[in-house]
Structures are given as C-alpha cells and as structure tokens.
Design a protein around this ligand. Structure first.
Ligand SMILES: [Zn+2]
Length: 129
C-alpha cells in the first residue's frame, strides 16, 4: 500500500493539464456509472484550488448513478436524479447502515453522504474529505 507521503509526491508530480477536457471525461465516466478510485484532478468542492483526495489515491467513487453527488441543486451524473430519494433503497445505493457504508467504515474510510450541504453519496475516502 502506498504511504500518504508517497501518494502526495505522486499526485504533485501529475504534470498534465487538468482542464475542461479532463472534467468532461469525468462527467462521461460518471454517466457510464463507472466506479473509480485514483484520478489526478482538482477537488470539485468550493474554495481554493487544491488536489482532490482522488489525486492521492485515497478516495473511491462507487456506482455514481445510484449514488450521485448533489452540489447546489446540480446532480452529478444527471441520471442520478432517479436516485435522489434516498429512502427508496435500490441495489447499488449507499445508505446509512447499508453494507457499503458499513464495509468502508470497518476499514476507517468515511462516506461523503454525511455532508448535508452537498452530499456526495458515491464518495468514500480514507481522509474523510
Ligand atoms: Zn469522490
């Protein structure tokens, strides 16, 4: 397993362009419901520009259609709108007390679904961010 400091060096050595092309690829990947881990990109969250925890290999997005990221009324991916009612649990959905959230919690990873202002139901990370 890669250590935190090694991961940081690896991420900061990503010298390719992180622009709209890559973001468009990210959106397409979400639309295809791909579960992804490492991704050398900046954080989507508001605030100063900084590396995403995905750039350090410390986060995984699981089944993004069933577990969308809800940011300021926008849903990523758009097909995730069908899964905004989190009380109607269907296969692939991460929910409190569910297998997915409990499995990640058992190894110390935290769920983005706990963020009330911009829940990221697909996101699990070692750092909690
Ligand atoms: Zn994520």
């Amino acid at each position: 397993m890669r250590s935190w400091s090694t991961s940081r060096l690896w991420a900061t050595s990503c010298r390719f362009s992180v622009g709209s092309t890559l973001l468009a690829k990210d959106e397409r990947s979400l639309e295809h419901d791909n579960t992804t881990g490492f991704n050398c990109r900046y954080a989507v969250a508001p605030g100063p520009k900084r590396w995403s925890v995905h750039a350090y290999g410390l986060a995984i997005d699981v089944d993004p259609v069933e577990n969308p990221y809800v940011e300021g009324g926008r849903v990523h991916p758009r097909a995730g709108r069908a899964f905004l009612d989190r009380s109607h649990v269907r296969p692939g959905m991460a929910v409190w007390g569910g297998t997915l959230v409990r499995a990640f919690a058992a190894v110390g990873w935290r769920w983005g679904g706990r963020w009330t202002s911009a829940p990221d139901y697909q996101h699990f990370s070692r750092t909690g961010g």
